[in-house]
Structures are given as structure tokens and as C-alpha cells.
Design a protein around this ligand. Structure first.
Ligand SMILES: C[S@@+](CC[C@H](N)C(=O)[O-])C[C@H]1O[C@@H](n2cnc3c(N)ncnc32)[C@H](O)[C@@H]1O
Length: 231
């Protein structure tokens, strides 16, 4: 079985939770690098087929080699492309975009929205694991019409990571600064006593104390959080 880091296990768990009918979905891993997620999804029977996309040839080759070595060449395809360019989405697809900067993720999603009809987009699940700019990603998602289904956190080798599961509904909403910076789903989990999220928020609070000096959105989020935590 493909061993995953704790961060990738969290991403994989989001894929598992998105799978309504194991074995039926097509899973697309954008920026697949070593192809670990794609291999694991096939090994565990979550996906009927996988597509890996990579902007660079060397990681695309790594993904292809991993899939071939694991015996999945017949149910996998690897493309050297930018994001989802040239990969028309289908209803039921699960798209993973992990380990990338938030602005890169937004760029990939914006182009996917332009290239695919609303009907298809409404029936696709996106698993997003931004390495940074979470507040910008969450604001983009809510303003564009995505809905947050879930968000998970983990601490992998002393670094915190988060991973969102979102679907496009075409209903545009606005987040408060607190929701954008901490995550609407994570705020709910915190309120219900989730220990992992509490640790994550403690870490974020420390980070935001520094970042608030140059970022008014973070400053306002931190003030809202402190106010709400004291209620
Ligand atoms: C840090 S690695 C993360 C790999 C894996 N997704 C993970 O979470 O461990 C980011 C990968 O995304 C690829 N990448 C970056 N921008 C991309 C884009 N626009 N389209 C496709 N791949 C991209 C990079 O080449 C790199 O292999």
C-alpha cells in the first residue's frame, strides 16, 4: 500500500469522504508530482480511473512510473499541462489540488470554471490543500459560488496543514474576515470542542499576531476571533 505523509493522508481522507460510490469516480490529481495520491486511490478502490496533470515533465514522468510500477497503467493517464487545461471535466469527478500556493489554486479553478459548463461544475468535488494564502482562497471560493463541505487540519512533522472539500453551487456569499482567515467549517469544529482544530487555532493566533501588522484582513480577523472566544 502506498505510504503517505500525514498531510497526504489528510488529503486522501477528504477524497475518501467525497467518494459517494467507491470505484465509480474519476479522480484527477493536479500537480501530482510523485503520483502518490493517484496510486493510493486506485489501490484502495476509490477510483475507477485516475488522471494526473503536471506542469513539468520530470514530475509527470515520476507519476507515470509510479502508476506503471503499481500495475495501474490501464486505468491511469498522465498529462503535462497547466492545471486542468485540455482535461474536460465530467460529472462525478473528484479533483485534488494539493501542496500548491493559494493563488495558483485560484488560477486553476478560475480557468476550470470558464472551460466547463455550470452543470458539470456543480457535480464535481474539489479537494484543496493550499500551502499559503488560505484567506484569499476561502474568499475567492465563497464569492465565486463554491460551498464548503468540510475542512480538516493536521500537524505533519511540526507543520500545520489544512485541506478543504468544496463543491460549486453558483451561490455567491461573503465571508467575515474571521471566517476567511480561520475557515467557516473549522470555526464550527472549534466551537464543538475539536482538539486538533484548537491546537491549529492556537498556532494561527500566534502567526496572525505577527502578520496583522501588515495585513488589515488578518488584523480584523484576529480582533473578531478574540472577541468571539471571550464570549
Ligand atoms: C509541492 S508539489 C505537491 C505535490 C503533491 N500534489 C502533494 O501535495 O504532495 C507541487 C506540484 O505541482 C506542480 N504544479 C505547480 N503548478 C502547476 C500547475 N499550474 N499545473 C499542474 N501542475 C502544477 C509542480 O510541478 C509540483 O510537482
Amino acid at each position: 500500500m502506498q505510504i503517505l505523509t500525514e498531510r497526504l493522508e489528510m488529503v486522501f481522507e477528504q477524497v475518501r469522504n467525497a467518494c459517494k460510490e467507491p470505484g465509480a469516480a474519476r479522480i484527477i490529481d493536479v500537480g501530482s508530482d510523485h503520483g502518490y495520491i493517484a496510486v493510493r486511490c486506485l489501490e484502495e478502490g476509490l477510483a475507477g480511473s485516475v488522471i494526473c496533470t503536471e506542469i513539468h515533465k520530470a514530475p509527470a514522468q515520476r507519476s507515470e512510473d509510479a502508476l506503471t510500477e503499481a500495475g495501474f497503467e490501464d486505468c491511469s493517464e498522465v498529462f503535462v499541462t497547466d492545471g486542468l487545461k485540455g482535461v474536460p471535466l465530467q460529472s462525478g469527478d473528484i479533483i485534488v489540488i494539493a501542496g500548491m500556493g493559494g493563488l495558483n489554486i485560484i488560477d486553476i479553478l478560475s480557468r476550470a470554471l470558464k472551460d466547463n459548463g455550470f452543470h458539470v461544475m456543480e457535480n464535481v468535488t474539489f479537494i484543496l490543500q493550499p500551502q499559503k494564502s488560505n484567506e484569499i482562497v476561502r474568499n475567492y471560493l465563497s464569492k465565486t459560488g463554491f460551498v464548503f463541505e468540510d475542512e480538516k487540519v493536521c500537524c505533519d512533522r511540526e507543520i500545520f496543514y489544512n485541506c478543504m472539500r468544496v463543491v460549486f453551487k453558483g451561490i455567491c456569499t461573503t465571508l467575515t474576515d474571521e471566517e476567511a482567515c480561520y475557515g467557516p467549517v473549522l470555526l464550527k469544529k472549534f466551537s464543538s470542542g475539536d482538539k486538533e482544530v484548537a491546537d491549529y487555532f492556537k498556532h494561527l493566533n500566534g502567526l496572525f499576531e505577527i502578520r496583522q501588522r501588515s495585513n488589515p484582513v488578518i488584523k480584523s480577523a484576529l480582533e473578531e476571533r478574540k472577541h468571539n472566544e471571550s464570549q
